[in-house]
Write a protein that binds this ligand. Structure first.
Ligand code: ADP
Ligand code: MG
Length: 701
């Protein structure tokens, strides 16, 4: 390791050491005994008394103290699920957390998952008539409001991980606060890992705060001496150094990365380097955990490594507070995470890798000090930490496209958006943009009222643009194709794989899915699905075609649910029978705001926002870029990349979205693309023009 990363030890985060520490370490303890060692256990009676006394309670406690797994069980034992057969809901910002915690609680209660204890996440409902403890994503509870506006089937709602301040959680705050007023029998618990609980208390009319004393040992924090040029490489070197120099029995390693792709890359490189090291080092068990990790692999991260081996967990933010993995002694923190960012001026939303906040960095470090003194290795300098990191993460509501929640609120009959009880209100500009977008999609009329299209769109648990494409598929006679594409887009980004030793084959297989004329990635996804269906949904076919079988199975699942939703909104299943133009038009009907035009330098320019964007190298159209495209999403890495790109005819924009585009937006420039030798600048049209027929949106705020 001559290219080793050099660290300086700088500070120790102090913690409180509990007296029952040894007990927690007793590996032989049964599940029930283990439950009793959690910090929340000692406070069980006090907690139940407080819940009985107050309608709304803020609960604060260090991660791993048992809030998520224990409190719903206490409520169940105390009879909150008995009379009237009401349920306890517990929301989680992340699907994996909801699933994994539900599995754990079912195990602790000795019941089958999906019976008394279940979970509900988008496209996956694992509950039954018997279910009384229901873990769910915050987004799913938000959707339940649409069917049951008073949440009448619940006796207690726990909004967990409140400190995460996700968009859905923030909207839930306003909604549950409102229903608590006319449902005195409903108990509301707001649970958070941070100490800044006053803010929650203030929002919920000075609700009392219940604190669970923490269990946290000292954590020695080390920083790099100089900034790292390549944090991935630095992370790998650090993990291996730790593994080689610190005895395996001393504890496991947790490495924070930003997403699935990064985790898979690191996993592969770690495997290679470990192979080279061979028998010279102890076994290192690599456990990835990220949002789309298949269910069957999720439990693996909680399994202890075999005798003599060590575990390294490669995790996204999910392991920051949502999931607690016992036995972690070392944390490696490159200091980055993936965040959504939104520019309300242009209406563009993209995912980007950004530095974490100080609060996040502290949480990450704290993960190493749960069962004994820990060590945290930050792959940045102390100077960076002190001077460059923001104190806290900005709530998602202030950096998101709000079209989805505005549609949900409108469907709930909430028309006064400015008057809505937000903990931190979004920018008025973002609300206005959302209204404009929904108007352009035809979901709202010019008075801001929900239209039939809007009502139908709201039935789909998808982004409004994708919902609109589905609703529009009725008109173009291609609902079968569009729901297939929607299912493929929703099943995750990992459709294809590309093994190092077979890249040529993999690329050829992938190209074969592109239709003649290579009209785009959406149609390629459709072709993949149809070919797989024809193979009889075969796993063998997937292997031969370099397609991920798991992703396909998920797509099939999602598609099944979209079929049911189509029926619900009374759209007949209908196939365009090979008319790909119809399919592309339906996609355009949803995504017209994501239209971009090729520039002479090979980049694209978004038609309305004038932003410069690029075709993602993984796109099938990257080799022969079409003049006009519509894209699914933007991903910011080194550049703003468009992911899932399809060719479009410019006249469609005016035809399909006359409220949004005018003829002059799509007029071809005088200079022909690529062929011109002119040295002059391309004639640029004036900046973003105001939307045609823009209604006075202020009047219906
Ligand atoms: P909190 O919500 O306060 O952060 P949790 O209730 O999530 O705490 O965690 C309590 C304990 O349950 C932790 O020791 C954690 O490791 C364990 N735990 C949670 N989920 C699982 C799981 N799926 N498998 C094994 N252990 C789990
Ligand atoms: Mg928790």
């Amino acid at each position: 390791f001559d290219d080793g990363v050099e660290f300086v030890r700088s500070s120790v985060m102090a913690g409180t050491v509990p007296d029952d520490a040894e007990a927690a370490m007793d590996a032989k303890a049964t599940l029930q005994d283990e439950r009793k060692t959690l910090p929340v256990y000692k406070l069980k009676d006090d907690l139940l008394k407080a819940i009985d006394e107050y309608q709304v309670l803020i609960i604060v406690g260090e991660t791993g103290s048992g809030k998520t797994t224990q409190i719903p069980q206490y409520l169940h034992e105390a009879g909150y699920t008995a009379k009237g057969k009401k349920k306890v809901a517990c929301t989680q910002p992340r699907r994996v957390a909801a699933m994994s915690v539900a599995a754990r609680v079912a195990e602790e209660m000795g019941v089958k998952l999906g019976h008394e204890v279940g979970y509900s996440v988008r496209f996956e409902d694992c509950t039954s008539d018997k279910t009384v403890i229901k873990y769910m994503t915050d987004g799913m509870l938000l959707r339940e409001f649409l069917g049951e506006p008073d949440l009448g089937s619940y006796s207690v709602v726990v909004i967990d991980e409140a400190h995460e301040r996700t968009l859905s959680t923030d909207i839930l705050f306003g909604l549950v606060k409102d229903i608590a007023r006319f449902r005195p029998d409903l108990k509301l618990l707001i649970s958070s890992a941070t100490l800044n609980a006053e803010k929650f208390s203030d929002f919920f009319d000075s609700a009392p705060i219940f604190r669970i004393p923490g269990r946290r040992f000292d954590v020695a924090v080390h920083y790099t001496k100089a900034p790292e040029a390549d944090y991935i490489d630095a992370a790998i070197v650090t993990v291996l150094q730790l593994h080689v120099t610190e005895p395996a029995a001393s504890g496991d390693i947790l490495l924070f990365l930003t997403g699935q792709e990064e985790i898979e890359t690191v996993e592969e490189i770690l495997r290679q380097r470990l192979r080279v090291l061979g028998g010279k080092v102890a076994e290192l068990v690599i456990c990835p955990i990220y949002a789309n990790l298949p269910t069957e692999l999720q439990a693996k991260i909680f399994e202890p490594a075999p005798e003599g081996a060590r575990k390294v967990v490669l995790a996204t933010n999910i392991a920051e507070t949502s999931l607690t993995i016992d036995g972690i002694k070392y944390v490696v923190d490159p200091g980055f995470c993936k965040v959504k960012s939104y520019n309300p001026r242009t209406g563009m939303e993209s995912l980007l890798v950004a530095p974490v906040s100080k609060a996040s960095a502290e949480q990450r470090a704290g993960r190493s000090g749960r069962t004994g003194p820990g060590k945290c290795f930050r792959l940045y300098t102390e100077y960076n930490f002190l001077n460059d990191l923001d104190a806290d993460t900005v709530p998602e509501i202030q950096r998101s496209n709000l079209a989805n929640v505005v549609l949900a609120l409108k469907t709930l009959g909430i028309n006064d958006l400015v008057g809505f009880d937000f903990m931190d209100p979004p920018a008025a500009e973002s609300l206005l943009k959302a209204l404009e977008e929904l108007f352009a999609l035809g979901a709202l009329n010019s008075r801001g009222e929900l239209t039939k299209t809007g009502r139908r769109m709201a039935e789909f648990p998808l982004d409004p643009m994708l919902s609109k494409a589905i609703v529009a598929s009725e008109k173009y006679g291609c609902s079968e194709e569009v729901i297939t594409i929607a299912a493929m887009l929703s099943a995750g980004n990992a459709v294809f794989y590309r093994p190092k030793d077979k890249q040529v084959h993999a690329d050829a297989a992938r190209r074969a899915f592109h239709a003649a004329g290579n009209v785009g990635d959406h149609v390629a996804l459709l072709n993949v699905y149809n070919a797989w269906r024809e193979s009889g949904y075969s796993a063998q076919w997937c292997r031969e075609s370099f397609v991920q079988h798991r992703t396909m199975r998920r797509a099939r699942d999602v598609r099944g649910q979209l079929v049911a939703l189509l029926e619900r909104v009374e759209i007949a299943p209908c196939s365009a029978a090979g008319d790909l133009g119809a399919v592309r038009k339906a996609i355009t009907a949803g995504y017209f705001r994501h239209a971009a035009r090729l520039q002479r330098d090979g980049s694209y320019r978004a038609v309305k926002s004038r932003q410069t964007v690029f075709v993602h190298p993984s796109s099938g159209v990257a080799q022969a870029p079409p003049r006009w495209v519509v894209y699914h999403e933007l991903v910011l890495t080194t550049k703003e990349y468009m992911r899932q790109v399809t060719e479009l005819k410019p006249e469609w924009l005016v035809e399909i979205a006359p409220h949004y585009y005018e003829r002059k937006d799509v007029d071809e420039p005088e200079v022909k693309k690529m062929t011109s030798t002119a040295t002059g600048q391309e004639k640029t049209t004036t900046g973003a023009t105001p939307t045609k027929h823009t209604p006075n949106l202020n009047s219906f705020f």
